[in-house]
Ligand binder design. Structure first.
Ligand code: APR
Length: 244
């Protein structure tokens, strides 16, 4: 691990264009469970609650679980050392941007600016007429929330299964995949597309892939050049110390 950490530090120092690609794993140490794995959310809840058709046919039922997972639970989460380290690397101009699959806002809360939210963000709610409102302006004990402007059903402004990826985030993500010389892949199984195409396209364009995860993933034996086995906050903190 020591040699790998030193190699990663050299790669980050030499790279002119480094991008991070983050998944649910980077927020686990902030108290947000991952989707997959032993105690993942999908082992407790049926993913159908995040299918667009199910949501519109069962708004109250779907909203009850969405509130439980993404508002009651996520609401208290704070950035951990991994989020803070990425924000520091951006400040030092070592990191250009972050592509995140996460909707928990923790990269922004940590102080990162250039963040592309590939699956949207839970902060806002949106109706079918594209009216958007801060989620915290609604009392989510009265479900489902309806749009104050047009009266239609409001949904969280994050991507449900079956929904298109936000256009700007998509474009910025794959521009980054073209330019990246190094990609830090942190806390993702690599199971969900099209997000998982980002590190793969970067690799195909010649980027070096550094992966941080306690377990191997679909990336590990296919595109990963340096696999740092462990928790995101511990490893990112160690990298920051060695960069000093
Ligand atoms: N540090 C780093 N990685 C961790 C940690 C940790 N402390 N704890 C767990 N992990 C890893 C797991 O080993 C796993 O590889 O984080 C990953 C979590 O995998 P998923 O839950 O599948 O998360 P992700 O890859 O982001 O899922 C992609 O699936 O349900 C959809 O839209 C949802 O954005 C999500 C997408």
């Amino acid at each position: 691990m020591n040699e790998d950490l030193n190699r990663v530090v050299s790669l980050l120092k030499e790279s002119n264009y480094t991008v991070a690609f983050t998944g649910a794993g980077i927020s686990v140490e902030s108290g947000i469970p991952p989707f997959r794995g032993a105690d993942g959310l999908w082992s407790k809840y049926n993913p159908e609650i995040l299918e667009l058709s199910y949501f519109y046919h069962n708004p109250a039922k779907s909203w009850k679980v969405i509130k439980e997972i993404f508002y009651d639970f996520f609401g208290e989460a704070k950035p951990n050392k991994a989020h803070l380290a990425l924000a520091e690397l951006e400040k030092r101009k070592i990191l250009k941007s972050i592509v995140t699959q996460n909707i928990d806002n923790l990269h922004f809360d940590a102080g990162s600016d250039e963040v592309y939210e590939f699956h949207g963000n839970s902060r806002m709610l949106i109706c079918e007429e594209n009216h958007r409102f801060e989620a915290n302006r609604f009392d989510l004990n009265n479900l489902p929330p309806m749009c104050p402007k047009c009266g239609k059903l409001l949904k969280p402004d994050f991507i449900f299964f079956g929904e298109g990826i936000p256009e700007l985030a998509y474009r910025k993500t794959f521009e980054a995949a073209q330019k990246a010389q190094v990609v830090l892949v942190i806390g993702s199984t690599g199971e969900v597309y099209p997000a998982a195409n980002m590190p793969r396209e970067a690799k195909a364009n010649g980027a070096t892939i550094i992966e941080i995860n306690p377990e191997k993933t679909l990336f590990s034996n296919s595109i990963t050049d340096v696999f740092l086995q462990g928790k995101a906050s511990e490893i990112m903190d160690e990298i920051l110390i060695r960069l000093n």
